[in-house]
Write a protein that binds this ligand. Sequence first.
Ligand code: LMR
Length: 394
Amino acid sequence: MLDTVQAAPPDPILGLSAAYDADPNPAKINLGVGEYRDAQGSTPVLASVHAAEARIVATSTNKRYLPIDGTAEYGQAVRRLLFGEAETALRPRCATVQAPGGTGALRIAGDFVHAQFPGATVWLSEPTWANHPKIFAAAGLTTASYAYYDSSTHGVDIEAMIAALERAAAGDMVLLHGCCHNPTGADLSLEQWQRVGHTLVDKDLLPLVDFAYQGFGSGLEEDAAGLRALLEIVPEALIASSFSKNFGLYQERVGALTVVTPTVTTAANVLSQLKVCVRTNFSNPPAHGSAIVTEILTDATLQSQWQEEVAEMRGRINGMRTLLVDKLQEHGAGDFSYIADQRGMFSFSGLTQQQVAKLRSEHAVYIVGSGRINVAGITAANVDGLCLAIAAVV
Ligand code: LMR
């Protein structure tokens, strides 16, 4: 039977890391996968994470199963990051389950929606993270695209976005990027979040906010402003949290799905169904990553150390963004000043698929096929080589 299995293509993002690792060129540059790198090009374990891990090792007494939905302390810490002070008021209407990373949270959302509303279409921004359509297709859902990015202005085409959402059918789900849109770095303004929120209510659409980069745009609180404004308008929402980037916990796979519902009873019913999705996928969540996040977010000293570390990562990324624009100009690649306005880890360079392929084959520079550059991977040591290579292909 297995002889009939055809090879799948490599993953457009994680597949790049494998190709980069296999490249013998000593001057190779990896700006593909969204991993933070420091000025030396390493992805360090945060000091707050190390401190939390030391405490956990010193105090843990067993390796029993966690509850299907994870611990209550973790759920509360997750919601507190999302909602701030409003967590206390929102808590009774919320269902939170721990998930293995943001991808795990999105898949639980997909399975839950497929089980409850099998006819719902999931609307994704054009463009979006390459894995989004695949996750929802794997959950058995149909996906569609709404207009989002305008390559002529390098910003959000809000009129086209609203027009597309108005064509969605009642009961469909709309995926929004909480901040630091992946791959474009073009975010909705606060007024645009509100406009989108009113459209969702008018058209009976369910928002799913993918929130993977909190703290990498303008700040932990600032980056949640759009989500919080949305929740003042919509009665229901799903939110996928990821702590891969802002805690640097990529390999621990730590995230959560929070569902905001209209009533306490609905929250309890939804939680029971989310638990069925978890139990039939991976039974119950892994403990280590969520223990680290809980330890940090429930301890004032560790929390402020972590906040400083997030600010440092954000500051370095923003510095590299400006350096990239300057160096592209200096090396004759052209005016890429719009890159300075993009937010988060990524830069949507505007490079074509052919230019991206040439960067890889002729210059050993690895970026995603859409032209997305991981700005966090730029260092003082590789920026000249990168910009000379881009100048050579444009
Ligand atoms: C990315 O977009 O590079 C990250 O979200 C990592 C991944 O899993 O693709």
